[in-house]
Each structure stands twice: as structure tokens, then as C-alpha cells.
Write a protein that binds this ligand. Structure first.
Ligand code: ZN
Length: 181
């Protein structure tokens, strides 16, 4: 796991378990090592390349999403491991959805490029859909729609999930992925 700092920094996991530094995405091709992220409203994203046997776990809050961390992680898999983005399979987990995620204009404005159809709304206080933002980035990075699986649930609406905005507590969910040796 990484010490998550809402960045776009991608770390390569080592061969033993533990914390490997500051960052918000981890990639690994080491069998038996799971990479994971902790979230409570932010977006967890897991990626597998079944051909190259590589996995990635991504923590994308609005900052990481605005910094395109998911698209950068796909790029990292391509560069470091020779992944073909059309072969990647992606799981986008539960996060705070547009129903509950109100943001100010200073945040909304950063999503103008991703949501060109909302041009007029993103200059003021509005609701943001992080899942759709990440889905668009991942699709634009070359992953086919049929390979992108979305859990369409809102962490704030649904009591079965931890929600930082709702509860202001330390509860987190772990999303992890690994290659069985
Ligand atoms: Zn909601």
C-alpha cells in the first residue's frame, strides 16, 4: 500500500508486503503481492492485464481524477510492462456519486475538459460524477467499454460503505488486486 496524498504519483510495488511511500496508484507484476488502496468517498479503481500478468490499484479523489491518475496508470502499464490497453480489464468501485458530491467552482472548473457538455455549469457550485470522469479517462486511454466494470453505488447514500463526508470518521474500505502465484 501507499501513503495516499491525493497526487498523481504511481509507485511500483516491491516483492514484499508493506507501505512503499507516498503515492496514489500502485502497479505490480509480482505474483503473491496484492496492491491496494483505502477509500471512503474517493474512487477506487483496479486494473488487470491478463496477458502480461500485471495489476494496478488506484486511489482517485477529485484531485487525483483532475490530475488524470487513472489514465496515467494505464500509460504506465503500457510503458513499463508493454500492456495493450485494449486488453486491460478495469473495475471502478463505489465512491461518492453525483447525487451527493457537491463541489465549489474552483473544483468544478478543473473538469471542464472531461465534461465538455457541461461547459456552462462547471464555473459555479455543482455536483460532480467522479466515476464518469474516471470512466471517460480510462476509455480515452484505449480500454474498450466492455472491459470497464462499474459498481454503480454511492458511498454517501449507502450505509454499507464508509463515507468520510457523511461520518467524518476513520473508517475506510480496502480495494486490492493481485496475481496468484
Ligand atoms: Zn449519493
Amino acid at each position: 500500500m501507499a501513503k495516499q496524498v491525493h497526487s498523481d504519483r504511481i509507485l511500483r510495488a516491491g516483492e514484499s508486503a508493506g507501505y512503499i511511500g507516498e503515492g496514489d496508484a500502485l502497479v505490480s507484476n509480482n505474483a503473491g503481492i496484492y496492491v491496494g488502496v483505502r477509500t471512503a468517498d474517493c474512487q477506487p479503481i483496479l486494473i488487470v492485464d491478463p496477458d502480461r500478468r500485471v495489476v494496478a490499484a488506484i486511489h482517485a479523489g477529485w484531485r487525483g481524477t483532475a490530475a488524470r491518475i487513472a489514465a496515467k496508470a494505464v500509460g504506465r502499464l503500457r510503458r513499463d510492462f508493454g500492456s495493450d490497453s485494449t486488453r486491460l480489464v478495469v473495475a471502478i468501485g463505489p465512491c461518492i456519486r453525483a447525487c451527493c458530491f457537491e463541489v465549489g467552482p474552483e473544483v468544478a472548473i478543473q473538469f471542464k475538459e472531461l465534461f465538455p457538455e457541461r461547459d456552462g455549469e462547471l464555473g459555479k457550485k455543482t455536483h460532480l460524477d467522479l466515476t464518469e470522469a474516471n470512466r471517460r479517462q480510462i476509455a480515452a486511454a484505449g480500454v474498450p467499454d466492455r472491459n470497464i466494470h462499474i459498481v454503480p453505488l454511492c458511498t454517501f447514500c449507502s450505509n454499507e460503505f464508509h463515507s468520510y463526508r457523511r461520518d467524518k470518521d476513520k473508517g475506510r474500505m480496502v480495494s486490492a488486486i493481485g496475481i496468484i502465484g
